[in-house]
Design a protein around this ligand. Structure first.
Ligand code: ACM
Length: 538
């Protein structure tokens, strides 16, 4: 650093002597400070700092020695992120050597599982090794956070903090990182308000930064049916024609949907489609009179009440409908899960609810998928292998919790989305302009400061498959709305899903979280500047 300053002043003297403008040349800038290797969200499992930093410069290459298609694609993704902000060429090559090196498989990766990675930094290289492509991708997300926030900016927008030719330094050391849970989800409700393919892609990019690996899409509800079903076309063309408040709504063609699935898969997120049944079905009932017990189609619905609609459990046509819908959606779904909802079926009698779930779960299995249901499914007979998504909260009764923990003891896996912790649509506090508050206010600390491993007393540890942060959209209709509710809470849920319990500490987490703010500024993410977080000034 001292040498650089000396050289800088020397050059300035030369520049002055030559009578040229006094702007310091790039080499005159002080080297950017490095980000501590443990200053990452979610917190890595193990960090050892030390050794020489690596500097990304004009000559840096991204290397995938003998690389597979997956490694090459991930290298291309990283280059695509960094080229606009650095202005460097960052060529991707399969030749070995120094630089940014992405290695899939081989020595030292056997212990990294399906999603883990090892990142090593020394003076010659940043090397990310993983057993599987998802791990390599997660390692790349960690690397992004070790660069200055301006790494997220495009060159045209990048300010004086970006050192053209001056390099970005990454501190020396090693990170070895694997996730605590395999299921780390985020849900987007595209039914109450419709979000376009581009809006969903934008959210996927944001989720990937925090190593979220499931995107649960709530595709149907009372207010809108959002996916084209060829055998029942009016579901989308009519049932998708409005939304909360009476806007024009919308739906995904099957090609649109494939595009979302593929974009998510390229970022190692599995899409979990949800068709909510037997309640939350007004859009379907409005589209086909036959689905109603009285044969009369209700009008479309643009309000926000819940619990008033039900498929007609005794009618045969209901199961023709379910079979067709599940078959078509299963065919569009490379992932293992199909979510059948099952919440708030207040207009379905209990015996009917149980009978319905007994008939529908085998249909999901017939088309090769694993059932996920909201935790009310545990009041019926969850199929073998099914997962229940717990969305209760502190006010949830003991009997309901008991039902869930009993099911967990009998083999039903659990995804935890407690509404007063993980629901991103709850207001932060009384002044939050968007969102709801039926589960209370959910501040940033409250969203982070709980343990999925002990949250549901009586549920065996192995039953907990992970966490999910749902975002219901009764009050949300733009990407800015999504981002305001998701950031800064979503990274907290992501960390609960990824990081070892031993790293859990609000005091240090809030500092790591605060450091994300300038990154979100650089990326144009419209986050809420919660007073709970000590954001850097500026
Ligand atoms: C839900 O919030 N009704 C699952």
């Amino acid at each position: 650093m001292r040498r650089r300053r000396l050289l800088g002043s020397l050059l300035l003297t030369v520049a002055a002597a030559l009578g040229t403008a006094a702007a310091p040349p790039p080499t005159a800038r002080a080297a950017t400070p490095t980000v501590p290797l443990d200053h990452v969200v979610p917190a890595p499992a193990a960090v050892h700092e030390g050794g020489t930093p690596y500097t990304i410069g004009a000559g840096t290459r991204i290397r995938v020695p003998g690389g597979s298609g997956d490694a090459r694609r991930i290298a291309g993704y990283l280059a695509g992120l960094l080229r606009p902000s650095t202005g460097y060429a960052l060529p991707v090559t399969t030749k070995g050597g120094d630089g940014i090196v992405l290695r899939l498989g081989g020595r030292g990766t056997a212990d990294l599982g399906a999603e883990g990675y090892r990142l090593r930094v020394d003076g010659r290289a940043v090397t990310i090794g993983a057993r599987r492509p998802a791990g390599l991708f997660h390692g790349v997300q960690t690397l992004r956070q070790l660069l200055p926030p301006a790494a997220g900016e495009h060159r045209e927008r990048a300010g004086a903090g970006v050192p053209p030719g001056g390099g970005w330094r990454i501190g020396g050391g090693t990170i070895a990182d694997t996730p605590r849970y395999g299921y780390r989800g985020a849900m987007l409700d595209v039914s109450r308000h419709f979000f376009t393919v581009d809006q969903v892609k934008r959210y996927i990019d944001q989720l990937a930064m925090y190593k979220i690996n499931k995107l649960h899409l709530h595709l149907s509800d009372d207010q809108g049916w959002r996916i084209a079903i060829r055998s029942w076309p009016r579901l989308a063309t009519y049932g998708g024609s409005t939304q909360v408040g009476g806007g024009k709504g919308g739906y995904y063609s099957q090609d649109d949907y494939r595009e979302i699935v593929s974009y998510a898969a390229d970022r190692y997120l599995t899409v979990v489609p949800e068709i909510d049944m037997p309640g939350h079905t007004n859009a379907a009932l409005a589209s086909y009179a036959d689905l109603n017990c009285n044969g009369v189609a209700p009008p479309l619905y643009t309000g926000t009440h819940v619990g008033f609609s039900s498929l007609c459990v005794p009618k045969k046509v209901t199961y023709d409908f379910v079979d067709d819908v599940v078959r078509e959606i299963a065919r569009l779904t490379p992932g293992p899960y199909l979510h059948i909802g099952g919440d708030e079926a207040h207009s379905t009698g209990h015996a009917d609810y149980v009978a319905f779930m007994d008939k529908v779960q085998p249909v999901v299995a017939k088309y090769g998928k694993t059932v996920i249901g909201w935790h009310q499914l545990t009041g019926a007979h969850p199929a073998k292998g099914a997962l229940a998504q717990y969305w209760g909260y502190d006010a949830t009764g003991a009997a309901e919790r008991q039902q869930v923990t009993d099911a967990a003891r009998n083999g039903t896996g659990l995804i935890l989305s407690p509404a007063d912790r993980a629901y991103l649509d709850m207001k932060y506090d009384k002044d939050t302009p968007l969102g709801l508050n039926w589960a209370g206010y959910v501040g940033v600390r409250r969203a982070y400061d709980w343990d999925p491993g002990s949250y549901l007393q009586g549920a065996p540890g192995e039953a907990i498959r992970g966490v999910e942060a749902p975002l219901w959209s009764e009050t949300l209709s733009t990407s800015a709305h999504i981002e305001y509710m998701a950031f800064p809470r979503l990274p907290g849920i992501a960390e609960l899903g990824w990081s070892p319990r031993a790293s859990h500490d609000w005091g240090s987490y809030k500092l790591r979280l605060a450091a994300q703010g300038p990154r979100w500024d650089a990326l144009g993410i419209h986050y809420y500047r919660s007073p709970e977080v000590p954001w850097p000034a500026g």
